[in-house]
Design a binder for this molecule. Sequence first.
Ligand code: 6PG
Length: 246
Amino acid sequence: MNPLLHIHETPEDTARALAGLILVKANEKKRLSLPLNVALSGGNTPRLLFTILVQEYSETMPWHILRLFWVDERCVPPTHPESNFGMAYENLLKRVPLQGEHAFMIQGDAQPEDEVLRYQNLLETELPTHEGFPQFDLVLLGIGNDGHTASIFPGNLRLFHSEMAVVVGIQPGTGQKRITLTGSTINQASQVVFFVTGASKSSVLRQIIENEPGSEKYPAAHVRPVSGTAEFFMDKAAASELKLTK
Ligand code: 6PG
């Protein structure tokens, strides 16, 4: 992997830099009278990005340009505490003037195999296609300590390289079903950004970014956008084991 690294002092500074990137991209699209199609990941880290967007970008972001999709969703109702959409709604969507029809949720409470087809059809309708897959302008990813990304976990790399755009993933610890973009879709995006903070991620990040032997077992190591290179927005704690920064 030959990634582009953006390393900042604190998680807040990192989230602020990422929000700034989104603003630049949204304004570029605004000048072209085009939407900015963004796929959001879930988990905890994005919460900080949402807070910065609400507190510091409410007035400047051209919210009518943004069309938000999800990288993955837990197969739970949107009101469930583990819902990625629910977390985004509480921390971002209900706090900014983004039209409801521009938030394309994955229906976590639908029958998983049906939802895979519905969401895949929606992406094919709402997004341009590149190399046969729906193409996002920007995909925001996290990384688990185990090197998973989206809802594709180690041991399930076949899902990453699926010829489908969307599949059902399984969280190995709990068996929880999840709807997730495949790596085939992620890698077609115009830009792919990892947003990773905290010392707990420093080891897996070092292994992936420095292409250490064995890192190929991590799904996140297979994120290689056809458009160029993956980018990492990290705080110093997450980047603390990287030799590149020494
Ligand atoms: C999910 C995410 C997942 C997440 C990582 C990191 O639905 O859980 O899409 O891929 O990005 O698990 O999660 P944290 O940000 O909580 O560390």
